[in-house]
Ligand binder design. Structure first.
Ligand SMILES: Cc1ncc(COP(=O)(O)O)c(C=O)c1O
Length: 358
């Protein structure tokens, strides 16, 4: 049975498994903000029509300068992408024929993009329950690798690495001449003080990736960016097509950066949902990993029944994210996106019905 490699697009998922599509479906397999796009984007929508006929700005304005201002960087330290996904593929191409370290379980797209770029992955499996990273293994691997990928907060565990741990890894990587990519796609859901962006100017070998599709619910329009030394940014830009980001995304992204209240409200909603679902699942004997993001990763009290439960949920209109293609989780865990009350309650009610069938 082939499991799709990503969450979201639930219609395709039901079709893939040859399952009838229920009338009501709650998609908890993706991590887009359940509050939707900020109201200000709805208000600007009619004015965006004028952008349709024009080519996007050659330097990705107005977003480019706004990002530089937000992060107190130079424009030359930033490149904007058609979603972080585009930048991830482009960045992977810098390591064609080289070795790259991945710390599993982590975002499956790293391995996909690196493999198709002709890089070799050094897979280090970390213990999801451990507080510490296997530093000895990582340090040894850095001696032969050209890059280390770190997802922080990590997808699918939601775990946040402490800044001092990261900075110490970055220093060791510098001695070993190993680049470091820090994927901060979910950093918006935590405190910006956890970000490595302010340190990029000090460390030429560090690149930080951010996505704007999660917090601002722009998954359809696509928007992400990378921050790095101007030399790395130039190398990435050389591999990207002209006008890789559409004009609508550039205007909407610039607007979203002003949305401080929206961001705070989104974090608050996700915190509450995270607390509630964690408590519910733990009360029912599940193991729930401590997450700082807008999703949580959990294991049933009977992990061998994970597939059965996953399909029970699907049949009842609840789409969870399976972990079949997450190295180190091997399908024995599930990830649930934090959505509005209605969706979270629907999940809980299906869970309780399932427990009765055991
Ligand atoms: C950890 C991580 N990085 C990057 C991405 C890609 O994000 P985008 O939607 O901006 O392409 C995702 C998408 O799910 C992700 O989970």
């Amino acid at each position: 049975m082939a499991f799709p490699i990503h969450g979201a697009n639930y219609e395709a998922l039901y079709k893939n498994f040859d399952l009838p599509l229920p009338t009501n479906v709650f998609d908890l397999s993706e991590n887009v903000n359940c509050l939707g796009t900020p109201d200000s984007v709805h208000q600007m929508w009619p004015h965006l029509f004028s952008e349709l006929t024009r080519y996007p700005h050659p330097e990705a304005e107005p977003l480019h300068s706004q990002l530089a201002m937000t992060h107190q960087l130079l424009n030359e330290q930033i490149v904007i992408g058609n979603g972080a996904a585009e930048l991830l593929s482009t960045y992977a191409n810098l390591f064609s024929g080289k070795k790259v370290i991945l710390l599993h379980p982590t975002f499956s797209e790293y391995k996909e993009t690196l493999t198709s770029a002709g890089a070799t992955c050094i897979d280090i499996i970390t213990d999801v329950h451990a507080h510490e990273l296997p530093l000895e293994k990582i340090n040894a691997a850095m001696k032969i690798a050209s890059c280390l990928y770190i997802c922080n907060p990590n997808n699918p565990t939601g775990k946040l690495l402490e800044l001092d741990v990261l900075l110490s890894l970055i220093q060791t990587a510098r001695q070993q001449q190993c680049h470091v990519l820090i994927d901060e796609a979910f950093m918006d859901w935590t405190d910006e003080r956890n970000s490595v962006i302010p340190y990029v100017a000090q460390f030429e070998h560090v690149t930080v990736m951010r996505s704007m599709t999660k917090m601002y619910a722009l998954a359809g329009i696509r928007l992400g960016y990378m921050v790095s030394h101007p030399i790395t940014i130039t190398r990435i830009k050389q591999k990207l097509p002209h006008w890789n980001v559409n004009a609508l995304a550039l205007s909407i992204g610039a607007q979203c950066l002003q949305e401080h209240t929206f961001r705070k409200r989104s974090i608050d909603v996700s915190k509450t949902q995270r607390m509630n679902i964690t408590q519910f699942l733990r009360e029912h004997g599940c193991i729930v990993l401590d997450s700082v993001a807008n999703f949580v990763c959990f294991q049933l009290a009977q992990p061998e029944k994970t597939r059965e439960f996953y399909f029970y949920c699907l049949t009842n209109g609840i789409v969870l994210r399976h972990t079949e293609n997450y190295v180190g989780l091997n399908g024995q865990w599930l990830r649930i996106g934090l959505k509005k009350d209605e969706a979270m309650k629907a999940f809980q009610s299906i869970y309780l019905k399932w427990v009765v069938t055991l």
